[in-house]
Ligand binder design. Structure first.
Ligand SMILES: [Zn+2]
Length: 81
């Protein structure tokens, strides 16, 4: 089975204690519910797997935009506007 495939992986999630997007380690999974542990303050959070997946997509998109901003002018030939 693939139910434990996420356990031990690091995901970015919004920590209710840190009030920031911090790396969270997936410590366990029960059905569609994941138990996350903030690597910054060790606060546990429960999140639905699809919600976390959406969050990753949102985060990666934001990260791409930030990196794109930083690299602006370096490789802008990839994005001909
Ligand atoms: Zn935290």
């Amino acid at each position: 089975m693939e139910r434990d495939q996420n356990v031990g992986k690091m995901k970015i999630f919004s920590c209710p204690t840190c009030q920031a997007d911090t790396p969270h380690i997936i410590r366990g999974q029960k059905g569609e519910t994941l138990a996350l542990l903030c690597s910054n303050c060790s606060t546990g959070s429960l999140v639905q797997s699809d919600e976390l997946c959406l969050y990753q997509l949102h985060w990666e998109e934001e990260l791409r935009q930030i990196l794109g901003t930083l690299e602006h002018g370096v490789d802008d030939d990839k994005y001909p506007d």
